[in-house]
Design a protein. Sequence first.
Length: 242
Amino acid sequence: MKRFFALISFLFIIQTSHAQLFRKEKVTYDANQGRGSTDNRLLRWGYFLGINNYDFNFDYNEDLRDVYVKRSPGFSVGLIGNLRINSFIDLRLEPGLLITTRELHYSQTYFTGTTFKSSDLTREVKSTYIHVPLLVKISTKRINNFKPFIVGGFSTALNLSSNQDNPEDNSNGQFRTKKNSLFYELGFGIDLYLYNFKFTPSIRGLFGIGDELVRDKDPNSPWTSNIASMKTRGVFINFTFQ
């Protein structure tokens, strides 16, 4: 019975949204309690929920087998501050909390001539980021109740799960990454105008700028010696409400 009511509710929401978005006249976007549209306000606020999928991009010193990265979907939540520049350009700050996990799998070729256990071939990298991007949003002219846009900019992140200062390294099972990282971001999305708020699905790619690997004390470490650089890359799917 619960599933039946959930299905009915979902279909009702879809039908209502469809009716609002595809009607001939524009929906009056009014999330300001009846005091007029907020779309042209200098400052606007909102929040986002989403999923993320993080990866690592490796550069190597020698031509050995790549380190395989097993990715897991993560969760994103945060706030939005939007500064209107003109009808087509906005400056946006999106501080958020992002949680993700990656698992690194090493080939046995990295351990040639050494004694190793099966657990040495795998390292788990858990990350909890305080992520702060500063973005420029460039929109098209509003088309009925749609407004497509592209977005790009730079971001920084503090990894609360970083073990950069841990004196133990991979010889004790500790794969270490740096606390602070810089990225550039590119993406696109579409603003959907509904009666009481603006709903925005978007997709954005994230690309690390600097090396994030903390190397082991042993210069010949099988886990870090062949890695010239390790940079985060990721994909976000966000759902924004304003």
